[in-house]
Design a protein. Structure first.
Length: 96
C-alpha cells in the first residue's frame, strides 16, 4: 500500500483491478508533490490510499508506446475498509 502524506480527512482507500488481458500502468499525477505509478498485470488487484481529488490514469502499451485508455476519479475507486470488493474496469461507487 502507498500512502499520501497529507490531511487524512481527504484520503480514501481505493482499489483497482486489471480485468484485461494486457499489462497496464496506473498513475496519479494530478496531486501536487505526490506521484504514484504501478505496473498492474492481468488479473492483479491493488489497494492504495489517495486524495479524494486524485484521478487514476490507466495506460496500456500499443506498439511499445503507452496509450491512455481511461481516467478514473478516486471517488469511483473507493472501497470500504474490510471489504474484499475491488472495482475493475467499471467505475462504480462502492457504498459506505
Amino acid at each position: 500500500m502507498n500512502s499520501l502524506v497529507t490531511d487524512s480527512c481527504c484520503q480514501v482507500l481505493c482499489g483497482y483491478a486489471n480485468t484485461t488481458s494486457a499489462v497496464q500502468i496506473i498513475r496519479i499525477v494530478n496531486i501536487p508533490n505526490w506521484y504514484f505509478e504501478k505496473v498492474i498485470f492481468p488479473g492483479q488487484r491493488l489497494l492504495f490510499e489517495a486524495n479524494l481529488d486524485a484521478e487514476l490514469d490507466v495506460y496500456t502499451s500499443r506498439f511499445g508506446q503507452p496509450v491512455l485508455v481511461k481516467q478514473i476519479p478516486a471517488i469511483y475507486l473507493q472501497v470500504e475498509q474490510g471489504s474484499e470488493s475491488i472495482s475493475g474496469s467499471s467505475t462504480k461507487v462502492m457504498s459506505n
